[in-house]
Design a protein around this ligand. Structure first.
Ligand SMILES: *Cc1c(COP(=O)(O)O)cnc(C)c1O
Length: 423
């Protein structure tokens, strides 16, 4: 099965005349359809809200599209909070799910009226000191430990993860928070990343719902929301089965009716903090083949590199590649597709079957819309690319310009050498 790019070769060539490669481009239509489906899949829950995980794609223009579907922002740092504030997502539209948090960021979040989701029990005192008193509404992050097994094997290993509190600590934290004036409580957990099974959310919901019932019954606290966080994955591989968001929504609904409703907790809101699922498939890295090399293996060098998309280098992640205009040509070649970093892991693909690539061919690297541009860095003095939006009317809008050497040297601007660097 092939993956279909959301750009044709002709459209890509037209865009490149104005915005040279490499660039990231996002598909507004795809983002909107997906966000609308997510909203529908959870419409059975009155308080449902998606808090987009800003770290996945921290571009205000893209997050504003999601705002049309009622999405808030899940932030975990000062600058992510600042993005949220800039687009008017404040108050209950902010979920601050940070860890190892500097106290001043708790204060900043609290000043914006955002919901603080505590990663650790020691943070109760820190928040109290930073904010003067605890906010009326707060949340805690749960880590059940152990490993998570589902029908397709071991999914992830929370026992080895730095996040969240143990069950004992959650009870203790809720008790303390209640005594210090917190009135409305939330529960949060993130157990597995990039899950491609419809079972994950219902399983996680079961764990959190049962805990919520115990907390309510033992501590007499008001549980306002349960946050299933991120982790719904996307099919990076061309033959992978995509998640069915309606089956996932229904699965959570079933568990809700089984566990929460009989306890009179059918007013609990369900929150999510999806990143990858909201943007991953709707962004691509577009790059041009600029070098070929025939040594012990066959190499195609492109004008993007791992600073533009780090996942293959960092995790050996698979990103499908389409050579635009050659969608129907036979895959006769085996290439490593590389960037120009002085690092041998700077490869977008290793031993990949592709059609014969000619210099100047345009490569569409799929599923780069989340944890793509945002993981970028500046090794080898490489500059970050532009981000473009393919709008629903077919027009392309620049939503972040490419970096220039001036940006790269900007942090020298308090030194005399700066003038020489940029002239
Ligand atoms: C990264 C992250 C998310 C989003 O994860 P995805 O896998 O992109 O859905 C959500 N919540 C928190 C706290 C995160 O750290």
């Amino acid at each position: 099965m092939a993956k279909t790019p959301f750009l044709t070769k002709e459209k890509a060539e037209e865009i490149i005349r104005k915005y040279p490669t490499p660039f990231h481009i996002y598909d507004e239509k795809g983002i909107r359809q997906n966000a609308d489906n997510l909203k529908k899949a959870f419409s059975w829950n009155e308080g449902y809200k998606e808090y987009f995980a800003v770290k996945a794609t921290p571009n205000p223009f893209l997050i504003e599209i999601l705002r049309d579907y009622g999405c808030g922002c899940d932030c975990s740092s000062l600058t992510e909070l600042m993005i949220s504030k800039a687009i008017g997502a404040v108050g209950d539209d902010i979920m601050f799910s940070s860890n190892d948090t500097p106290p001043e960021e708790f204060k900043y979040c609290n000043d914006l009226g955002g919901i603080i989701n505590l990663d650790d029990i020691t943070h109760i005192d820190i928040v109290e000191r930073a904010c003067g008193r605890l906010p009326k509404k707060m949340s805690c992050r749960f880590n059940p430990g152990g490993v998570v097994k589902m029908s397709n094997g071991i999914m992830d290993n929370p026992g080895d993860a730095k996040y969240g509190m143990t069950e004992e600590q959650i009870f203790e934290a809720f008790r303390i928070m209640k005594s210090k004036g917190v009135e409305e409580f939330g529960l949060h957990s993130f157990l597995c990343s990039n899950t491609v099974t419809n079972e994950y959310y219902p399983m996680l919901a079961g764990v959190l719902f049962r805990l919520a019932v115990k907390l309510k019954n033992e501590l007499d606290v008001k549980i306002k929301f349960i946050n299933l966080s991120g982790g719904i994955g996307i099919p990076y591989l061309p033959d992978a089965e995509p998640n069915d968001i309606f089956a996932i929504g229904e699965g959570v609904h079933r568990v809700y009716d089984e566990i929460l409703a009989p306890e009179g907790m059918d007013d609990v809101a369900i929150f999510t903090e999806l990143g990858r699922y909201m943007m991953g498939p709707y962004g691509a890295l577009v790059t041009t083949a600029i070098n070929e090399k025939h040594i012990h293996k066959e190499y195609i060098g492109v004008d993007a590199c791992a600073v533009n998309l780090m996942r293959p280098a960092m995790y050996g992640a698979y990103h499908h590649i389409t050579v635009l205009g050659k969608e129907n040509e036979p895959l006769t070649q085996t290439y490593d597709v590389t960037g120009s970093l002085c690092e041998n892991n700077d490869k977008f693909a290793v031993d990949r079957q592709l059609p014969k690539i000619d210099m100047g061919d345009i490569l569409f690297i799929h599923d780069a819309g989340a944890h793509g541009f945002s993981m970028g860095y500046n090794y080898n003095g490489k500059l970050k690319s532009a981000e473009l939006l393919l709008q629903e009317n077919g027009e392309v809008k620049l939503i972040r310009r490419a970096e220039t050497p001036k940006d790269y040297f900007a942090t020298f601007d308090c030194f005399d050498i700066y003038k020489n660097l940029i002239s």
